[in-house]
Design a protein around this ligand. Structure first.
Ligand code: GUN
Ligand code: FE
Length: 505
């Protein structure tokens, strides 16, 4: 049974019922959030029987979930996804389509069909918009400290060790494999200042099959960077330009599965000359950009003191705020900052767990979603210790609920929190998939024709599973909410990126 709405056409603000028939959320979108649906290309032979599409390389049949519309979901108890040799989805056929059984049989006869079993669900791969790859050995350490001390005491000494490419060769494959196994098919990485080690991270993504966005980071301000972990402005800019070219030219990267990202660490670590030079590179190479934005009181105050501007204003004036920019955190945003982000079509990487450690305030997630800013989720490893975007969905919901309810029990409930600021589990899951895909400018996050087949099989019946789905007790929405809350690494059986099977167990 198919639940719910069609994929909306571009520029068609609409209000639709949610997939399970409950009241929908108004979508007021000034820009396309999804491409136009391409018509189903079901081929009918002379006897009016459906045939596999001739470019079909393989197909997966089973129950599936995804969220074409923010705050809503689409579910099929039985559907077929056909994928071509480039790893692109060519069709999603619901079981109600005429000739469905014959089509599945024909694919099975051709040895092209994978059939899911009861308790297994096909879902889009997760997008992690903010990961510090070199901090993986540090995950779970020092999180009682404030940001400045944590960076000086733990992070900078560890990141400096990546001057040794051998160290990168030890750490990076372990991390990329862990993220893939947790269902992260696309990851946006900060690496370190070192070109060779950063290139090893890009090569690792390519070798293990993850869609990677990799930044060699920039840090040249001697007042903020330790002497053992700093670059000169000129060298940093030259290395960044070389890195962009090297990543784009990596053997095996013809489909640009791995992309370079211009990565000023944050305002305090960079001189104005560095920020300006990086802005010029971003324009010249039409590159993705990532950085930290207004993350904490300290970071916000630093920018106001040194530039008399907010982070968003600084990045805009330096040429770093564009449609390919990802701003991690973005907690202390003025209304003008929010408008500037939306006008630039830049994206926010919401990192709820790390915000709870370092931000000193709560993210305005509800407002960002309702204001139609682009937003996805980030784990911010190792500013938070959990390598799972499923977990980040829960963190995002929890973060918003504490904000909504408030904490001071001496105040009446009506004055304690910020009414109406919660987000739903479906909002969070939309950010983790569709929102992330929009942020990285890639056609990922949906199981729809024209999208890359970046997908997972979640298995509720995996050994030691906490996902308990007793027969007849859960609506389709209940099941999806349970999948979001309770999927763990051992539930994720299969992971594909661009049609390539990268995890199978
Ligand atoms: N701000 C500057 N560097 C970092 C970092 O490594 N992690 C986090 N969370 N914030 C930062
Ligand atoms: Fe970070």
């Amino acid at each position: 049974m198919a639940h719910g709405g069609n994929i909306p056409a571009p520029d068609s603000p609409h209000k639709s019922g949610s997939a399970d028939g409950q009241a929908g959320t108004a979508l007021v979108s000034s820009r396309p959030t999804l491409p136009a649906p391409i018509g189903r290309r079901l081929l009918l032979d002379t006897k009016n029987k459906m045939q596999p599409i001739d470019t079909c390389c393989f197909a997966v049949r089973g129950a599936l979930y995804h969220c074409p519309v923010k705050g809503e979901f689409e579910h099929h108890a039985d559907a077929l996804v056909q994928v071509d040799a480039e790893g692109t989805i060519i069709d999603l056929t619901p079981a109600s389509a005429p000739g469905y059984a014959e089509l599945c049989q024909a694919l099975a006869d051709a040895g092209k069909l994978t059939e899911l079993t009861p308790g297994q669900y096909l879902m889009p791969g997760m997008v992690d918009l903010h990961v510090h790859a070199p901090q993986w050995p540090q995950a779970g350490k020092g999180l009682d400290l404030p940001l400045y001390d944590w960076l000086q005491d733990y992070t900078f000494p560890l990141e400096a060790r990546f001057e040794d490419p051998e160290f990168a060769r030890q750490v990076y494959p372990h991390l990329v494999n862990a993220l893939l196994a947790n269902g992260t098919t696309s990851a946006v990485y900060f690496a370190t200042v070192h070109n060779p080690a950063s290139l090893i991270l890009a090569e690792t993504c390519l070798a293990l099959g993850q869609r990677g966005y990799v930044g060699k980071i920039n840090m040249d301000d001697a007042s903020q960077c330790p002497p053992y972990y700093i670059e000169t402005t000129d060298q940093g800019l030259a290395d960044t330009e070389a890195f962009i070219q090297q990543v784009r030219a990596l053997p095996g990267n013809e489909q640009q599965l791995v992309n370079p990202v211009i990565t000023p660490r944050f305002v305090p670590s960079c001189t104005p000359e560095m920020l300006k030079g990086l802005g010029e590179l971003a324009q010249r190479y039409h590159c993705h950009v990532q950085t930290h934005c207004s993350e904490s009181d300290w970071a916000r105050d630093y920018s106001l003191e040194h530039y008399g501007q907010s982070d968003v204003e600084i990045y805009r004036d330096m040429g770093l705020l564009g449609s390919r920019t990802i701003l991690a955190h973005s907690i202390f945003l003025s209304d003008e900052d929010m408008v500037a982000i939306r006008d630039a079509q830049a994206a926010i990487a919401h990192c709820p767990l790390s915000n709870m450690y370092f931000a000193n305030a709560a993210m305005k997630t509800r407002e960002v979603l309702d204001g139609d800013l682009q937003v996805g989720l980030g784990t911010d490893l190792a500013g938070a210790p959990i390598p799972s975007v499923f977990h980040t969905c829960l963190d995002a919901v929890n973060h918003s609920r504490v904000r909504e309810d408030g904490t001071d029990t001496h105040r009446p409930a009506s004055e304690r929190g910020e009414a109406g600021s919660r987000i739903s589990f479906l909002d969070a899951y939309w950010m983790a998939t569709v929102g992330g895909g929009l942020a990285i400018d890639a056609k990922v996050g949906l199981l729809a024709p024209g999208y890359a087949f970046d997908a997972l099989v979640v298995d509720a019946n995996a050994q030691d599973s906490d996902l308990y789905l007793p027969e007849g007790m859960d609506s389709p929405r209940d099941v999806l909410e349970k999948l979001i809350c309770l999927t763990r690494r051992h539930n994720i059986r299969t992971v594909w990126v661009q049609g390539r099977k990268v995890i199978s167990k």
